[in-house]
Structure formats: structure tokens, C-alpha cells
Design a protein around this ligand. Sequence first.
Ligand code: ADP
Length: 398
Amino acid sequence: MKVLVINAGSSSLKYQLMDPATKEVLAKGLCERIGIDGRLTHKVPATGSEYTFDIAMPTHAEAIQAVLSALTDADHGVIKSMDEIDAVGHRVVHGGEKFSASVLITDDVMDAIRECVPLAPLHNPANITGIEACQKVMPGVPMVAVFDTAFHQTMPKSHYLYGIPYEYYEKYKIRRYGFHGTSHKYVSQQAALMLGRPLEELRLVTCHLGNGSSICAISRGKSIDTSMGFTPLDGLPMGTRAGNVDPAIIEFLMEHEKLSAGEVIDILNKKSGMLGISGVSSDFRDLDTAIEDGNEQAALAKDMFNISVKKMIGSYIAEMGGVDAIIFTAGVGENDRSVRWDICENMEYLGVKIDPEKNKYRGKQMDISIDWARVRVLVIPTNEELMIAQDTAAIVGK
Ligand code: ADP
């Protein structure tokens, strides 16, 4: 089976054509500047070739058409015709309380995804546009929606409610939803394979540390708590996001900086976190360069990040009554050895101890704990596209 995985943003669209059974990626790429002019970058992993085309993309429909043309092109294509695409899997950011698993897209499902727009006003409209464009260009091909929030729908109410009047949950569904669910689910499954134990026996803390970061407590295969909340702004300080702050700060800043609520939220989303503290960059590689040059603010930003992750891990271990493995994934978690080292430092009392030699590796799936450690620390490169393709194949195959 060949599945086309689509991740549509407002002016961009990422795609991968893959065989979920063999995990082979036949082609992948990116459409950028949709609605402006349009550029397609198309890669074929088997040959290592990469092509860039400037193609007019007034809407997402033209972008999808360009993707199909690239996939079937006589020179750099990987399939003979569109008929070889058995299904399309779409990443959808918010599934609200309606979706606790991936689903086949029907008219009713589309209505339900539209109902979630107020919960993710920046993301869901783009995802809907991507689905509609595919339906237009590929009529009759089954499509599946895979939600970032779905995996966390197993959280108990006592874990997902905020301590605000209950009526706001009833009226507006204000609660913790959590994101990065596809990634947390994928690495938890991989962890069980690496440990050679059933997921249903394991207590895991998965750390998705990238530009956006979230941590998840996974008890016996189910998400029971996660650090992102009603929106992805909650939890850890991230590349540009503040993470959790005392909400009274918002009113204080509005008054003293003469800002609207929206402007303060914008600062908390785009000018805070690593960028806001360091004044250098949101990118961890830039922070490392600055730290090497003696920049104390950059070092402070990273210290704040590491301690926030450590605090969250500790609270999740307490919630689960123990932990079998801590997993690091995403750009920072897979690559940044100093982050992993600092987070896991002084945790021998819990049975956590990283081997400094094994920790030198980057982007490689491996157990980096010392041999005697009771809790295993694992680095697992995430693969959200594979998870989407496998969910899609499972649903369409039924
Ligand atoms: P996104 O949330 O955009 O998917 P990623 O998971 O790709 O983010 O993570 C991006 C982050 O990973 C950036 O801050 C980048 O600096 C960091 N990163 C990538 N490679 C390395 C590396 N070799 N060392 C340290 N950080 C890295």
C-alpha cells in the first residue's frame, strides 16, 4: 500500500509518499509560498536527488496538483500514475474532545473538524484547506485524519481540568488538550520494542523537545498527563513560547506596556522562551554557539529550559509512582547532548544515569543509560509521518 501523508500549513504543505508496511519513503517534499507565488522542493531518498520548481500555487489545490505532477513525473517521479496512491493521511492539529483516535474522513468528520476551529484558529483552517484541496484533486481516494490531540484524550478529568470555574469547561470546553500526540505515541511504541516489554506494562516519560516542546506521562500505553494545555503555549519555555506563566503577568504587562491582551499573548508566543531570555535566537544550535562565546544570557535560557524539563519529568514520575524509561525525541532531544545530560544529572537516586560516551551520539535510536541504571534513558528519533501512514493504512485497510 502507498500512502500520501499531508501536513498542511497556512502557506506551506509538507508531503511524504510512503509504504507503511516497509516504512520506505518513496518521495517527500515541501510546497512553500502558497497564495504568494509557489515553490516545490521534491526529494527522492532512493537516489538522493532533490529538485526545486517554481510553480504558481494560488491555492492549496494547485500545490497538491504540483505534488502529484512531481510524484508521477517521467524523470523524477516515483509512481506511474495517481492511481497507485491508495490513501491519504492528513495531519490535523485539533480534534477537541470528539476524536480520541484517527478516523476516515467523511462529511460529518469534516463538520466536526470545523467545529474545532475556535480551539486552534491558526492550525485547523489550514488543515481543512489541505483536506479539501486533496478531495478536489484526488476524488475517490480514501482520506484519514490523524489528530495531534487524540492520543491525550485518555487523560483523566482530574488531570486535564484547569482550576477555573467548571462552567467554563462546560460552556467553552476550556481544558488541557495536549499536542504532539502522534510523536509521543510513536516513541512510546518504539520504546516498548527497544525494551522488549509490552507497552501495557510500562511507565514512560516521553520528552518531545524541539522548537515546540512537550512532555508526556504514558502509563501502560495511555497518556495520563502532558505539559501543553488548552493551546501549545502551556508547559515548558520553548524556542519562542513562554510556557506556563502566572496569568496575572498578562494584565500587568497590558497596563504597564500599554498593550492589548492579544499583543501580550503574541509576545508570549513569538518573543519569549529561549529567544526572549537569550536575546540571541530561538534555535538551540545558535544558543550553543553563543554560550561558547561566553554569552551568559544564552546559558541562562538553556538552564531555564533544562530545569523546566527536569521539574516536569519529576512530577510525572510522582504521578505514575515510578518510571521504566525516559525518552528524548525531536530536534533538541535527538541531537543536543548537553540538554540530555543536564536534565538527567543528579537523578541517580531514581535509578537514572546517562553514560557520557553513549550520550555523544546524535539522531540515532539508542539506549544511552549506563548498564546498571534501573531506569533506561532512550533517544528515539520521532517519525510522525510513519505513524500517520500506519494509522491511515490500518483504517483504510479495514
Ligand atoms: P519543530 O518543532 O519545528 O518540528 P524540531 O523538532 O525540528 O522542531 O527541532 C528544532 C530544534 O532542534 C532547533 O532549536 C534546533 O536548534 C534543534 N537542533 C537540531 N539539530 C541540533 C543539533 N545538532 N544540536 C542541537 N540542537 C539541534
